[in-house]
Design a binder for this molecule. Structure first.
Ligand SMILES: Nc1ncnc2c1ncn2[C@@H]1O[C@H](COP(=O)(O)OP(=O)(O)OP(=O)(O)O)[C@@H](O)[C@H]1O
Ligand SMILES: [Mg+2]
Length: 301
């Protein structure tokens, strides 16, 4: 039987490119690669809902993630057609903030997305779930229903805060709730051609490899189109100035399809190896660069 690939984008650290990745990859999977895509906005900030142009297109009483979860509805009852071919959205509203109180202590918590997505393979090839930067019942429920989780990150050490806690949580969900859940990899965006980023990427690449974690290539370069697209409430790859970012996200989307379609699941991360980053970071020689590689290098690609 056909399978829909369900992918949760997660990082406990905020502002590291999760929503940008979800919306741009969804757009390219749908328009360039002809996949039928469902995006679930599971963050009460509603940024993916905005970026996919559906903010004013839905009935707030009925077609939201919150209404689906509280009414125990299936995805069919709440999906909203986006202005883009092949993309549907389950929008977020502020009520989602109450999810932890409402479902956090109930045994139903883990099953929320499994129930929502029952039969989803009939209608969709890919389900991308955007999440809030926090371990909460919605993230746990999304992971319990997913085939993969993917960790968007920026090329700086702060983006790595909480990384181990997140992977440990996901691996526990693998063991206790969903043995089909695998780490697709780490996706790094907003990369500049500067020595600090080059050094950091070299360092983190080596570190992740030693812990069996895939660093998905290519990196997404920093792009002014991402900010422009925010003003237009659309994905950056949909606007004409977004050529470089489109190039990067398209290659990434193809790399993701390859991983999703592979017969063999990615290896499981080695938590003990992941955990030693702090000690490695403390050793400045491992990744710090000389101050003399100065300002003039701060140039965009
Ligand atoms: N390739 C890029 N080039 C330039 N800016 C980028 C790029 N990717 C993301 N950004 C910017 O980084 C900021 C954070 O991105 P985004 O909103 O996708 O992160 P997030 O992880 O979803 O945040 P949150 O945790 O608040 O949901 C935004 O201002 C976005 O425009
Ligand atoms: Mg976001």
């Amino acid at each position: 039987m056909r399978k829909a690939h369900i992918i949760t984008f997660a990082n406990i650290k905020g502002g590291v490119g999760k929503t940008t990745a979800v919306t741009n990859i969804a757009y390219l999977l749908a328009t360039e690669l002809k996949k039928r895509v469902l995006v679930i906005d599971s963050d009460d900030q509603g940024n993916a809902t905005k970026a996919l142009g559906v903010r004013d297109l839905f009935d707030r009483q009925h077609e939201t993630l919150w209404s689906a979860l509280t009414r125990k509805a299936g995805y069919q009852d709440v999906i909203v057609e986006s202005p883009y071919k092949n993309i549907w959205v389950i929008p977020s509203t502020k009520e989602l903030k109450s999810a932890q109180n409402e479902f956090g202590r109930s045994a139903r918590g883990f099953k929320l997305f499994k129930h929502l997505l029952k039969g989803v393979e009939k209608d969709f090839d890919y389900v991308l779930i955007d999440t809030k930067p926090q371990i909460n019942v919605l993230l746990q429920a999304a992971l319990a229903a997913s085939d993969f989780y993917l960790i968007p990150s920026f090329p700086e050490p702060d983006s790595y805060d909480g990384f181990l806690d997140l992977v440990a949580e996901c691996e526990e969900i693998h063991d206790e709730e969903n043995d089909e859940l695998h780490l697709m990899g780490v996706l790094i965006s907003s990369v500049k051609k500067i020595p600090a980023h080059e050094q950091y990427l070299k360092f983190i690449g080596k570190h992740l490899k030693s812990a069996n974690v895939n660093l998905i290539k290519p990196y997404v370069r920093v792009s002014n189109a991402v900010a422009t697209a925010t003003l237009h409430a659309c994905p950056a790859v949909a606007i004409s100035s977004g050529r470089s970012v489109k190039d990067d996200y398209l290659k990434l989307a193809k790399a993701m399809i390859k991983i999703a379609d592979a017969k063999k699941a990615p290896s499981r991360p080695n938590l003990a190896k992941l955990g030693v980053l702090k000690e490695e970071q403390a050793d400045e020689k491992n990744w710090r660069i000389k101050d003399s590689q100065g300002d003039e290098a701060v140039e965009l690609l």
